[in-house]
Design a protein around this ligand. Structure first.
Ligand code: URA
Length: 260
């Protein structure tokens, strides 16, 4: 815990209650997709005769039926999914990003950490949590014996950087969430850790404050989910590291209880 600067201030919470006893938030289906573009849902069958291909156009408002797009993403393997994320134009963030940031780690990880959206460093490097907040996340992982890429997958709710790191817009979340949903289906994590208010509220489809979401084991589509503060928040509010340690202990104990 010294690595988190918590020593010796942390304390163990009482043993985790059984997951069945914890509060569960109703999981809503992803909100309607506002703006899926045509080029993300290519037809599976080849065209009978080669046609000149139109140049990719960023058309955030193309009126493509949501159900078709959702269905398509829900069938993708990792290669197709990552390619779809990289070429995605489902929202206007496609116009300003350098590159999309799908996520990184073990594709069969037991642990899935989910943040908000890429920042400037992530947008440049194509990997989530590589800036100062990322260094702190690495320390958080180390505090419970984990490491980036080793039984851990790290992703964000949004795969593209909001300009000037502004808050994500609801329509951006709606457009991007199917990618995260498919990632979760492919990874099949044992436990999800939501990093920060935005990830927690988006995944649990609630506007309950993060302070009230902490300290319980929720479920996201059946997967246990623990909420903690975002590393960037912790950089600004280091005194709350003790609370993050409590959340990590809850997460670690929950994972252990899933294996026994
Ligand atoms: N903050 C996030 O939520 N995600 C990142 O990848 C980087 C910073």
């Amino acid at each position: 815990m010294q690595v988190l600067g918590l020593w010796p201030a942390w304390r163990l919470r009482t043993p985790v209650e059984s997951i069945a006893q914890t509060v569960e938030q109703p999981i809503q289906p992803a909100a309607p997709v506002v703006a899926p573009p045509a080029q993300l849902a290519p037809p599976a069958r080849p065209a009978p005769t080669p046609q000149p291909q139109p140049q990719p156009v960023i058309q955030a408002s193309a009126p493509v039926a949501q159900v078709d797009h959702q269905h398509h993403i829900g069938e993708m393997d990792w290669t197709a999914l990552n390619a779809a994320i990289q070429s995605c134009t489902r929202c206007d963030l496609a116009k300003s990003r350098t590159q999309a940031v799908p996520g990184i780690g073990d594709p069969h990880a037991e642990w899935l950490f989910i943040g908000e959206a890429p920042g400037a460093n992530e947008d440049r490097q194509g990997e989530p949590f590589v800036g100062d907040a990322g260094k702190l996340l690495d320390a958080i992982l180390a505090a419970i014996g984990l490491a980036r890429g080793k039984n851990v997958f790290i992703a964000n709710v949004l795969k593209s950087r909001p300009p000037a790191n502004r808050d994500p817009k609801p329509e951006e979340v709606a457009a991007c969430l199917p990618y995260l949903e498919r990632q979760i289906e492919l990874i099949q994590p044992k436990l999800i850790v939501a990093l920060g208010r935005f990830a927690a509220q988006s995944l649990l489809a609630t506007d309950t404050p993060i302070g009230k979401l902490r300290g319980q084991v929720h479920r996201y589509r059946g997967v246990p989910l623990v909420v903690t503060y975002h590393p960037a928040y912790l950089l600004r509010n280091p005194l709350d590291k003790a609370k993050v340690w409590e959340d990590l202990v809850l997460a670690r104990d929950t994972m252990q209880s899933l294996k026994t």
